[in-house]
Write a protein that binds this ligand. Structure first.
Ligand code: T46
Length: 134
């Protein structure tokens, strides 16, 4: 499976660092929603779902965590530990997030507003959906 990571420009000066992300140029879609998770309890694994349409960029802006991506044929695990690096997750990808450091802040840029109907939360349904749609 291809792992698509985006590297963002760091605007650094004597005061510190700043990263700016613009939709449709720094990332490949229009941003309709931003959310982030933090204070994740030690040992917790989140996600366990895929999306029918949603595309996302995951950025661990502080600390680190791991992301499992599964396209129904192949699984890959990606470490996110850089605030200037974004992991692209297309639709039709099962994802799980785990190994969060105590200080991890995982920010997500999403191409759509929140819609529970876009989620596939059952793994067998996901495999069937991939078979029908690829
Ligand atoms: C994803 C991974 C990376 C909302 O009300 N609005 C929102 O935009 C989101 C994302 C969540 N919620 C509510 C729904 C649940 O009651 O927040 C609660 C936790 O959401 P969820 O259990 O879906 O969280 P994760 O960490 O399993 O998954 C999230 C995203 O939902 C999902 O799209 O790809 O992060």
């Amino acid at each position: 499976m291809e792992i698509k990571k985006y590297r963002f420009n760091i605007h650094g000066d004597a005061r510190g660092k700043l990263i700016a992300i613009e939709e449709n140029s720094d990332i490949p879609f229009t941003i309709q929603r931003v959310y982030y998770m933090y204070d994740t309890v030690n040992g917790v694994r989140r996600g366990y779902h895929a999306h029918k349409h949603l595309q996302q960029i995951l950025i661990c802006v502080h600390g680190h965590c791991q992301i499992l991506m599964d396209n129904g044929h192949e699984k890959v695990t990606v470490l996110l530990d850089k605030p200037d690096e974004g992991l692209y997750i297309a639709n039709n990808i099962w994802r799980e997030m785990f190994d969060f450091s105590d200080d991890a802040v995982l920010m997500v840029l999403a191409s759509e507003k929140y819609d529970e109907a876009d989620y596939i939360r059952n793994y067998e349904e996901f495999i069937a959906f991939v078979a029908e749609n690829t």
